[in-house]
Design a protein. Structure first.
Lengths: 221, 221
DNA sequence: GTCTATAGACGGATAGAC
DNA sequence: GTCTATCCGTCTATAGAC
């Protein structure tokens, strides 16, 4: 966490909450855990945030909104520069994924914890987060989904959506587990290595969308 | 849930726990939720299972162990039949993935709920589950990882591990979200459609491992 | 804005009758 | 094996002094 000066109670709370929510989940984290780590009084947390759900939402949107704005801005700029031709697939995927992987690599300012929260959010459905995800996350994903779609007109809609789902799944899984890569790979991959992850993720995603169609259904067994 | 006859209290409890743990997570589910859904007395649950963590572990291993045994048996048989040549990539991935996707499609006997639990387990780390995952899940994953590795000797170890991680991530994400595909795709894909998922997942995984290596690091922006 | 103190509900777990 | 009743700790949230 960066250095705080005056009365940044709210900021300190958000950083502590981010870390614990990422590690333990929403239901596994108590306000006492958070205020304890933050060194803030329990009642003060309620004063600043109202309740636990509002705290979680604040942790979520505080990071996601600026990232989404910058991603959409970069996308719009790239499309403008490409004029009537298409923005390259590599570039589309890079614009979509880089800010997230870089966040996952940020071990100094808590970005890594937000990346883990984001990686979890599609898989552990918190009822009160449904509206937030629909409003903040889905439109941006859909925007990139549409842009990538133009590169894969040969794919049937269902085929394309499955592949897009695999790519998004791989990305969220990576965001949630970029810490811990070292242990899982017995030291071969490093933890929080955004550059390595991105360098592999971009061609991986391109290969997913450009792979030929398997016409006949699976016939094994 | 299937029809129970005599005093299948334990079984009823496991089905109810499976459903609620999948939907709400471990910390988000109370024993009272579970016994309420199961129609079983709270004290009876403790009598049969000891405590909440033991219940979760039981829910987890009860499904996973037989699946892993059958997957390893099929793999061993396929390797024997292939003699000194390699088992095909398609077949390897099919052996690894099919039982899980079929479970995710089982809306009659609760298999779908276990698939969601499995899909969550890599991304939401429960401290008491670490040992179980290391003992029950990792060895099987490693076994398939090794078998697939022989098809990709051209990939550097790090490169291979990243791709394997993407494939596993896509699979777990799919398992956790195979319900809800219809809403997310605006009706184009169906829910719990194991056949469709598998038909796309297998070539997707093959394409991931056979994609050419991008030599130079990403240079965009 | 920050604190102490506490309300009020709910959590997992158990004792002991049947 | 199953039940009622209950213990006891912890939770979120708030009231009210400073």
């Amino acid at each position: 966490m960066p250095g705080f000066q005056k009365s940044d109670t709210l900021e300190i709370l958000l950083y502590a909450a981010e870390e614990l929510f990422a590690k333990q989940g929403f239901d596994g984290t108590t306000l006492r855990d958070i205020t304890g780590l933050a060194g803030v009084n329990l009642a003060a947390a309620h004063y600043h945030l109202g309740n636990k759900e509002a705290l979680y939402i604040k942790v979520f949107t505080r990071r996601l909104q600026p990232i989404n704005e910058s991603r959409l801005a970069r996308l719009a700029r790239a499309e403008q520069e490409a004029n009537i031709s298409l923005v390259g697939m590599e570039q589309l995927i890079e614009i979509m994924a880089r800010p997230l992987f870089e966040l996952a690599a940020d071990t100094q300012h808590g970005g890594q914890y937000f990346a883990r929260i984001l990686g979890r959010c599609l898989v552990e459905p918190l009822p009160f987060m449904e509206a937030i995800i629909t409003a903040e996350l889905q439109p941006v994903m859909a925007r990139f989904g549409q842009a990538l779609r133009r590169h894969s007109p040969q794919l049937a809609p269902e085929e394309y959506l499955w592949r897009f789902s695999f790519v998004i799944g791989a990305m969220h899984h990576s965001l949630a587990t970029l810490h811990g890569m070292k242990v899982r790979t017995h030291g071969i991959c490093r933890d929080h290595d955004a550059a390595a992850a991105l360098q592999r993720f971009i061609p991986f995603a391109v290969a997913t969308f450009t792979a030929p169609v398997k016409p006949e259904p699976v016939n094994n067994r």
